[in-house]
Design a protein around this ligand. Structure first.
Ligand SMILES: *Cc1c(COP(=O)(O)O)cnc(C)c1O
Length: 496
């Protein structure tokens, strides 16, 4: 029986009283609060800072209560498709939070940062060999910023040749950040369809390429979890037209240690370190989206690059073709540390095993679920890689119970919902990714839960639509819930 903790906990801004503070050690080096206040110029400040004034015990209890009403990968499975929410080994956490990492400052001298530079240098080399790329920048803050970096490189590459190509081709199964990044870099987006068997429609692609094609952005395995086995042929079509191939590496978990985008004809690739290489992420961050390129494109990478000269590490800013700086300092350093620790602890064989287990988990689940009434696995029978997209279109049509209702019903069983309504090409989509971290028993729990929900959908659909009942809040007004100022109101109206 599952019941989530329930507290009528107000916002921290509604707690406390003027003058309440926590007790701190009397540290001479402590920056007085007035100095922080002074750091924001008076003219910039439109209203008085509304900082909560709370005692230490209020703060501790407040956040402990919120943590009890929350969910995370340390509590149970977190099968959000496309997000690769895998368990983050404590080893990485231990190393990333050591004093030598935490106390580093990005503006300190190169001489005193040799260890950090060496770590970045070695990570860059490791990512290059894992992906088959020649050189990586570690700067981008996440996958989406990696995409923007890649698109800016594509633009600069063509401009430098005096070529003003302005179209980027993107499959209709792509993550929304792909067209957004292309548009931000000034490109028009041309969409190609996914064929019935789950692959990019090659004939349509051949029609879509032209002398306006700057490049193609592709996720492989794609967001249906299917490995695009014609990737090399697709690359040939795009290259022949004069375009570049961009690899969205968000799904690298499906092939890591087994296939390399660099060998599949891709020229530029990002990796979401927070996904494949195990950094805790959620609610928008933190992340890191290093971008790798093939040799001919190295010159366009953002500055500075970490280089090794005569046994010393240094920053090289002298790259005249660089697209410039993408992010302040050198990126999300603690995440780079976690990724490096993860890679060292896994080793080449470990990475290969991790994609193997992820794929096994996916296909075990897919096979079980496709036997449940009302659920199907659309887009053909190809083996799925790290994730599978289930359609609840039949249940929806026959009972009125939607993918949204099903995901809410899962919460009542103490199971985190999957990603829903993505990719857009699947009706009533439920996208599951168990990663390499999940146990068979837990995948079975999901199978049993979906069996039960399916059965109830056909006998008592309104019962399913009234769920969840066991969570600390019921169905929220999703528009209000996304805005902090109205969240409380939504919470009060919908909690039970
Ligand atoms: C997560 C994801 C992205 C965006 O990556 P962020 O790190 O969240 O910015 C892009 N494409 C796909 C397929 C993804 O799953």
């Amino acid at each position: 029986m599952y019941r989530q903790a329930l507290f009528e906990e107000p916002l921290i801004f509604e707690l406390g009283k003027a003058g309440r503070v926590g007790i701190l050690l009397n540290d001479e080096n402590q920056v007085p609060i007035e100095q922080y206040e002074g750091a924001i110029s008076k003219s910039m400040r439109r209203e008085k800072l509304n900082l909560p004034e709370v005692s230490q015990v209020e703060v501790t209890r407040h956040f402990t209560k919120l943590s009890q009403m929350n969910w995370g990968v340390d509590l149970g499975p977190y099968p959000l498709g496309s997000c690769t929410m895998k368990y983050n080994p404590r080893l990485n956490e231990d190393l990333a939070t050591r004093e030598q990492v935490e106390q580093m400052h990005p503006r300190q001298s190169v001489e005193s940062s040799q260890g950090s530079l060496e770590l970045m240098f070695r990570l860059e080399r490791a990512l290059s060999s894992i992906t088959g790329m020649d050189e990586f920048t570690l700067q981008p803050a996440a996958g989406a910023q990696g995409e923007l970096t890649g698109c800016l490189i594509i633009r600069k590459y063509h401009r430098k040749r005096g070529d003003h190509r302005d179209e980027i081709i993107i499959p209709d199964s792509a993550h929304g950040t792909n067209p957004a990044s292309a548009a931000m870099a000034g490109f028009k987006v041309v969409v190609v369809r996914t064929s019935e068997d789950g692959y990019i429609d090659l004939d349509m692609l051949k029609c879509a390429v032209s002398n306006k094609t700057a490049g193609l952005m592709m996720t492989n395995p794609n967001t249906l979890g299917i490995f695009e086995n014609k990737a090399c042929e697709i690359a040939e079509v795009v290259h022949r037209a004069g375009g570049l191939m961009y690899y969205d590496g968000a799904n690298l978990q499906g092939i890591v240690g087994r296939a390399r985008p660099g060998d599949l004809g891709f020229d530029i690739a990002h990796i979401n370190l927070h996904k494949t290489f195990s950094t805790p992420h959620g609610g928008g961050g933190p992340g890191a989206g290093p971008v790798g390129v093939k040799e001919g494109l190295s010159g366009f990478l953002p500055v500075p690059m970490v280089e090794q000269k005569e046994g010393k590490y240094e920053f090289n800013w002298d790259r005249p073709d660089s697209i410039g700086k993408i992010r302040e300092d050198y990126g999300s350093f603690p995440i780079l540390v976690r990724a490096y620790a993860y890679l060292l602890s896994m080793g080449v064989e470990g990475l290969k095993l991790s994609s193997g287990i992820a794929v096994l988990n996916t296909n075990y689940f897919a096979r079980k679920v496709s036997g449940i009434r009302g659920f199907s696995v659309p887009f053909g029978n190809a083996i799925r890689k790290h994730e599978v997209v289930i359609s609840a279109a039949d249940i929806m049509r026959e009972t009125g119970v939607s993918a949204y209702d099903i995901s809410k019903a899962l919460l009542d069983k103490g199971l985190h919902a999957p990603t829903i309504y993505f990719p857009l090409i699947v009706k009533e989509a439920l996208m599951f990714e168990f990663t390499d971290a999940e146990l068979k028993e837990n995948i079975d729990l999901y199978v049993e839960a979906l069996e039960d929900i399916s059965q109830r959908a056909y006998t008592d659909p309104s019962g399913v639509k009234a769920q969840p009942k066991n969570t600390s809040v019921g169905r929220l007004d999703e528009v209000r819930a996304s805005h902090p100022r109205t969240m409380r109101l939504s919470y009060r109206m919908h909690s039970h």
